[in-house]
Design a protein around this ligand. Structure first.
Ligand code: HEC
Ligand code: HEC
Length: 315
């Protein structure tokens, strides 16, 4: 009897916090009511963004994304993979303080953050069916997780960068050996069909015109390094990395040294300068280090400088 209660508690706890939902099957089980329909539409928008709101869709009014990515180009496994910025539990973490805006942001604003930067596009209207669908899908993936509840694998793991400047020449070699087979030696990825058909990518582009822009989280070397170390080459997961910290750092430098769409007005990001990330490689540089150093490191000296900036600003 006692054992049963303990077991039940453990099972309940693991549903609430530990278990990753398997949206593919769970979404199909949902009834065909308003909620079920929106979850299904949200999942489709997440996996096939390019075919519904991408830059090549027939209905010009629906062209919200500026590249042919899917949200799942980064948020792998329908946005459920641990340490690939999963949306499991994300609904319960909003509204939240965001340094980039120095304000409390809603989950809709967070979706539009990725729309304008990772997807190099424009905001989706708040009252649109598409925004409701994204938010409802995130809500579905967050079921059972209370406000303040911790989910293992949220966001990305911490990254402790090597104490040196990243070496994009070494990165070029790693790229040729470990990445180019999928993403192409020219970084353009591999389209499913051909440009113009709104069918997206088999392997998404890493640089060039059709990729994330300079305002994206992925354009920051520390974010890109740990994303790559944890999740690339495809099939890699946390705990079984293929690249070392050093290799991930260098290959990220190589990718970020290449041209990509430019986001205007980045100087408006992080208006409370004391919490600007050390690897946000756009002006103003409040700690006095160069643009080059904010892009490629070494970051330890900047981290030290930022402690002083914080003190000076009373934080
Ligand atoms: C180029 C990679 C990339 C793509 C594509 C992308 N995102 Fe993101 N997304 C990120 C990164 C990196 C973070 C977390 C780090 C950050 O805040 O910059 C993030 C975070 C998020 C979060 C917050 C998760 C949390 O735990 O707080 C949401 C919600 C989100 N993205 C939605 C979307 C949606 C919706 C799409 C598609 C329309 C999308 N993203 C496409 C890279 C991407
Ligand atoms: C076996 C094929 C394969 C290899 C090899 C591979 N990737 Fe990827 N990569 C993918 C796929 C597919 C995605 C989209 C996410 C998914 O479906 O898993 C992706 C997504 C990405 C993304 C985020 C989306 C984008 O286009 O910006 C980055 C960054 C990335 N890969 C970097 C790398 C790096 C760096 C390497 C080499 C260390 C690498 N990949 C090796 C298949 C691969």
């Amino acid at each position: 009897m006692k054992l049963n209660i303990v077991l039940a508690t453990v099972l309940f706890a693991s549903t609430a916090y530990g278990q990753t939902p398997s949206p593919a099957t769970d979404v199909e089980k949902l009834p065909n009511d308003h909620y079920g329909k929106l979850v299904r539409y949200g999942k489709k928008l997440t996996e096939e963004t390019y075919s519904v709101i991408g830059p090549e869709v027939t209905n010009k009014k629906m062209r919200y994304a500026g590249n042919n990515f899917a949200c799942t180009s980064c948020h792998q496994d329908s946005a459920t993979k641990k340490f690939a910025m999963p949306w499991v539990g994300a609904h319960a973490t909003f509204p939240q303080y965001r340094g980039r805006e120095d304000a409390i942001s809603t989950i809709e604003e967070r979706v539009n953050g990725c729309m304008e930067r990772s997807m190099n596009g424009k905001s989706i209207p708040l009252d649109s069916e598409e925004m409701k669908a994204f938010v409802t899908y995130i809500h579905f993936l967050s079921k059972g997780i209370p406000v303040g509840g911790k989910v293992e694998g949220q966001g990305l793991p911490a990254f402790n960068p090597p104490n040196r400047k990243a070496d994009s020449l070494a990165g070029e070699k790693i790229y040729a050996n470990t990445c180019a087979s999928c993403h192409g030696i020219d970084g353009a990825g591999l389209r499913k069909g051909k440009p113009g058909d709104a069918n997206g990518y088999v392997f998404p582009a890493l640089w060039g015109k059709d990729t994330f822009n300079t305002g994206a989280g992925m354009n920051r070397i520390l974010t890109a390094s740990i994303y790559i170390k944890t999740n690339m080459p495809q099939g890699t997961s946390h705990g079984s990395p293929v690249l070392s910290d050093e290799q991930a750092y260098d290959v990220a430098a190589y990718i970020l040294s290449k041209p990509r769409p430019v986001k205007a007005h980045l100087e408006k990001d992080f208006p409370a300068r004391w919490n600007k990330p050390v690897d946000a490689a756009f002006a103003p540089y409040v700690d006095g280090s160069s643009a080059e150093q904010h892009k490629y490191g070494p970051f330890q000296p900047i981290m030290e400088n930022m402690k002083q900036v914080k003190k000076d600003m009373g934080k």
